[in-house]
Design a protein around this ligand. Structure first.
Ligand SMILES: NC(=O)c1ccc[n+]([C@@H]2O[C@H](COP(=O)([O-])OP(=O)(O)OC[C@H]3O[C@@H](n4cnc5c(N)ncnc54)[C@H](OP(=O)(O)O)[C@@H]3O)[C@@H](O)[C@H]2O)c1
Length: 310
């Protein structure tokens, strides 16, 4: 019974191994590259695994994604078939995402980027904005993160709309569902927040057509995955004024390449995929609990649906 751990950085892999060993002293836990006997590996714990890395593990019972999304696991086209994937989620991750969303929604709402630009040229220009009650924020994805962020935004006072695959009922949030609800969801939105999982249906969803349906000058916040966004469509929309500003935490290529225009665009704020990161001390407790529960019962509440893609 052993666990193989793999993160892109070797020191982080070692750190996670050590945290898990402390919590699970009865298990053998190895960095994936140093597993002595692949046949004995029953669980893998991964963030962005390399293609084929899990092929030698013929007795895998479950793959643990070190994050809420499973797109980085499904990207491995040689992934062992029909092995359940467990998401790592929890109140810690949700809290961090709520903070990130509230911070950037308020920042766009109160025109902070323009105020900062004015300060840089010592310009005393009062920008008058409506109260939050006069501003519509749209949250794409109403799962663990989106629903919590939407609820917090209603508490601040925003008019909040939410969009999911299946219909939802969230107090104070105007909920829309499916492709048929997408247009009505976008209409009148001034700040759009993306918290969708990356799937075949959501890839490229932040595109020119979506931007054109928002209120002119709207802001876009993408804290989900880089490939949700069509980068060139956003640049064009920013330059035309259809989109007034964007905060981007995730990118097609991470780290964002030095030559990418987002780095220097005056209307774009770049954050380096920090909206809601799992740290090893908190995350390892969730991972250990999930593995123990799965081992005992054959299931956990945070099981992803690989066919659905999230
Ligand atoms: N930037 C960061 O630091 C960071 C950190 C953590 C997570 N993330 C990203 O955030 C994503 C969301 O996390 P989560 O835990 O909230 O996910 P989740 O609980 O799986 O919720 C996903 C939500 O998206 C909706 N959805 C999925 N496909 C859809 C579609 N085609 N049309 C409309 N709605 C759709 C789902 O609808 P139903 O409810 O109807 O199923 C659900 O409401 C993750 O997948 C990850 O990519 C980013």
């Amino acid at each position: 019974m052993s666990i193989a751990v793999s993160l892109p950085a070797e020191d982080k892999t070692e750190w996670w191994c050590q945290m898990l060993r402390d919590l699970m002293p009865d298990w053998d836990i190895y960095p994936m590259s140093k597993v002595p006997d692949p046949e004995k590996v029953t669980y893998s714990v991964v963030w962005r695994p390399t293609t084929g890395a899990m092929t030698p593990f013929k007795n895998l019972k479950a793959i643990v994604s070190l994050g809420a999304g499973i797109d980085h696991v499904l990207a491995d086209k040689e992934l062992p078939e029909d092995v359940p994937i467990i998401r790592t989620v929890g109140t810690d991750l949700t809290q961090r995402m709520k903070e990130y969303v509230a911070l950037h929604v308020l920042r766009h709402h109160r025109e902070l980027p323009a105020i900062q630009a004015n300060q840089n040229r010592q310009a005393w220009e009062q920008i008058i904005v409506p109260p939050a009650t006069g501003r519509r924020v749209g949250v794409m994805g109403l799962g663990n993160l989106g629903a919590a962020a939407a609820e917090l935004l209603t508490q601040i006072g925003f008019q909040v709309a939410g969009w999911s695959r299946a219909p939802k009922d969230i107090p104070g949030v105007q909920c829309y569902a499916g492709a048929e609800g997408f247009g009505a969801f976008l209409e009148g939105t001034e700040i759009l927040v993306c918290l969708l999982p990356l799937t075949e249906n959501t890839r490229g969803i932040l595109n020119a057509d979506t931007f054109n349906r928002l209120k002119r000058g709207a802001s876009v916040i993408n804290a989900a995955r880089g490939p949700h966004l069509v980068d060139s469509d956003l640049i064009e929309a920013l330059n035309s004024g259809q989109i007034g500003g964007a905060t981007l935490d995730v990118f097609h290529v991470e780290p964002l390449p030095a030559a990418h225009p987002f780095w220097t665009h005056p209307k774009v704020t770049v954050t380096p995929h920090v909206a809601s990161l799992i740290d090893a001390p908190t995350g390892s407790k969730i991972v250990a609990k999930n593995i123990r529960t799965f081992q005992e019962t054959g299931s956990v509440p945070d099981l992803a649906d690989a066919k659905r893609g999230y």
